[in-house]
Design a protein around this ligand. Structure first.
Ligand code: ADP
Length: 607
């Protein structure tokens, strides 16, 4: 991956992670703040509503007491109980008096729908509703309680008429003795006004008051916000009890994940009024409460995306400002490596990259100076090598003629004066002859090697295979020579090629004690280069001499072998003059292989 892409990638990954983590933290923080404040609001609204409902109940209690007091000392009821014949004229007039009294009370207190006066058995003996006269109300719990001496306020679900109203019931006494009771039906208008006030409850919030009508069914005694019907019944969902049932179970607390009567998720604050056994639920839909959090989420996503875009642009600019100078330096380094020594990097910034460019330029200056020095040294070395080679050439050439004279004298001594010499003298003459011969060979070798100093590797087209076949011909009696058929043609000096292979063939035969001496010549492809080889089954070369044997006068030949240590030095010089390399691999007593390459001589490749 390129540095620029890497920087962009790292910036984007880090930026995206930071944005996502910050966004998530911010969102959940905001969500919990919103829930907390909605909860607080619901709790305070619910407490206020409960307080007001309790005030309404207190007011009803007072009204009940007022009615009770008015009818308390009423002897009419006593007489009715005493002589209770309903059609009796006296009784009729008593009843009329009581009815007149209660009608007056109904007018005084507008929330009263009807007042029924009951005898001890719970039968209505007087009522503002003539249809209710003689009806036995003792079937109602709260009537029974009133006849047992207890004041009571209860809600009554009037299912046939689809209505709910409040019933106030109380006992009636005369001279300390229970004479019967009163039952007052009042409207739930006060409660409806209270629950119909949605202030602070948003668009979905409301307060409902409910009572149980069985263990698993509750009924609202006030209407709901969206459905204005009077009686709303709900059945308990046992796996997730609705908020109403939580309130009716006496819980007074905040729920942030409850269900409403329509199984919507809501936040609710529940209250319970024990005197009337009402559950009060003040709630707002969760979707409404969390709407700002949702809005915030989308806004955060947009801001995050925007921030990432900005980050992308910034990281692009930053990565460009870092990578550009580096690219400049890389380009300059490439050009310098191609020999454009004058190339310098132009970076005007004062930061670390500017310093790097300056150091690079200084390094290039130093390199140029070193290169110039090196070139001067090479010229000097070349000069001294040339003079050395000239010297070697002159010396070896000049030494040749006195040596020839010495050889002629030894020859004369051997033919004309051998008889005059003692046995020891003859032996010494023989050794002298051998050593002079060796010296002559060495001088010849030096001369040959020195001549190569002036070598200009020519590039005439050479059929290598043909050359090797003609060279192998005279050696057939000494060794079996195999020449591979797929040798490439070369552009190389014929003489040098002959010199090269001659030395290798001579060595392969000279340093070989096998009964049948074998030599193989071939070439292999190694990637783009072609590697030639000459293999023999001779005595081999020890590994520690692999390099040494290519130096001039270095010989590791066994004693008695006529060796000057010049042959491989000549071979190496020829190979290197064509830009090649030479090396050896060998197994002791099994043979050696000399490998070499000739890149500048290569003309056609082998298949
Ligand atoms: P010379 O011309 O005297 O043979 P070279 O320079 O050709 O000298 O060889 C140097 C030394 O490398 C030899 O003295 C010999 O020990 C060793 N050498 C060269 N060719 C072979 C070979 N084919 N097998 C074993 N040893 C070899």
């Amino acid at each position: 991956m390129k540095l620029k892409t890497e920087i962009l990638f790292v910036f984007l990954i880090v930026g995206a992670c930071l944005t996502i983590v910050t966004g998530i933290l911010y969102f959940y923080n905001a969500r919990s703040i919103i829930l907390h404040s909605a909860g607080n609001q619901l709790e305070s609204l619910s407490a206020a509503k409960k307080h007001r409902i309790e005030s309404i109940i207190s007011k009803k209690e007072e009204e009940l007491r007022l009615v009770q007091n008015r009818l308390f000392q009423n002897q009419h009821l006593y007489h009715l109980n005493m002589y209770g014949k309903l059609n009796d004229t006296l009784c009729v007039s008593y009843r009329k008096l009581i009815t007149k009294n209660i009608k007056k009370l109904t007018k005084e207190i507008p929330s009263f729908r009807n007042i029924h006066v009951l005898n001890k058995a719970g039968v209505a003996i007087a009522s503002t509703d003539t249809g209710a006269i003689n009806f036995n109300f003792s079937i109602l719990d709260f009537v029974q309680q009133a006849l047992a001496g207890q004041n009571n306020i209860s809600s009554f679900i009037d299912e046939p008429n689809d209505n709910a109203y409040l019933c106030l019931s109380a006992p009636l006494y005369f001279k300390g003795n229970l004479q019967g009771g009163i039952l007052i039906e009042t409207t739930t208008d006060d409660l409806k006004t209270l629950t119909g006030d949605y202030t602070g409850l948003g668009n979905t919030g409301e307060t409902v008051i409910a009572q149980l009508i069985s263990d698993s069914v509750a009924c609202f005694i006030t209407s709901t916000r969206n459905e204005k019907k009077n009686l709303h019944k709900i059945t308990l969902n046992k796996s997730a009890p609705q908020a109403v049932f939580l309130a009716l179970a006496g819980n007074e607390k905040l729920y942030l994940d409850a269900n409403d009567y329509g199984n919507q998720k809501i936040a609710t604050s529940c209250r319970y009024i024990s005197t009337t056994q009402w559950g009060i639920v003040t709630k707002i839909d969760m979707t409404e409460i969390l709407a700002p959090a949702e809005e915030l989420k989308w806004m955060s996503l947009k801001i995050g995306a925007g921030a990432l875009m900005v980050l992308f642009v910034l990281s692009f600019i930053l990565s460009s400002s870092i990578v550009k100078p580096i690219n400049k330096i890389t380009d300059a380094a490439k050009e310098i490596s191609q020999g454009k020594w004058t190339r310098r990097v132009e970076i005007n910034s004062t930061n670390e990259l500017g310093d790097l460019a300056n150091s690079f330029n200084k390094m290039t200056d130093t390199l140029v100076k070193t290169q110039e020095n090196l070139e001067l040294k090479l010229i000097e070395l070349d000069r001294s090598n040339t003079s050395l080679e000239k010297f070697a050439f002159v010396v070896s050439h000049d030494l040749k003629s006195p040596l020839n004279t010495v050889l002629s004298i030894i020859e004369l001594l051997g033919t004309n004066h051998l008889g005059t010499l003692t046995e020891e003298g003859r032996q010494m003459l023989s050794i002298l002859s051998q050593k002079v011969d060796h010296m002559k060979e060495m001088i010849g070798g030096i001369l040959e090697f020195a001549r190569l100093g002036n070598l200009q590797p020519t590039t005439e087209l050479l059929d290598l295979k043909q050359l090797l076949l003609s060279m192998a011909q005279p050696l057939r009696e000494q060794a079996y020579i195999e020449i591979c058929s797929d040798l490439p043609k070369l552009k190389m000096s014929n003489i040098l090629a002959e010199q090269l292979f001659q030395n290798l063939f001579t060595n392969a035969i000279k340093y070989n004690r096998s009964e049948t001496k074998k030599i193989k010549v071939g070439a292999n492809r190694d990637g783009k280069t072609i590697v030639y080889y000459v293999t023999d089954n001779g005595i081999g070369v020890q590994e520690n001499y692999y390099d040494k044997i290519f130096d001039i006068f270095q010989t590791v030949a066994p004693k008695g072998t006529d060796s000057t240590g010049i042959g491989l030095a000549i071979v190496k010089k020829i190979v290197e003059s064509y830009g090649g390399k030479i090396w050896v691999k060998s197994t002791h007593a099994e043979g050696s292989t000399f490998f070499f390459t000739l890149p500048q001589a290569l003309f056609t490749s082998i298949g």
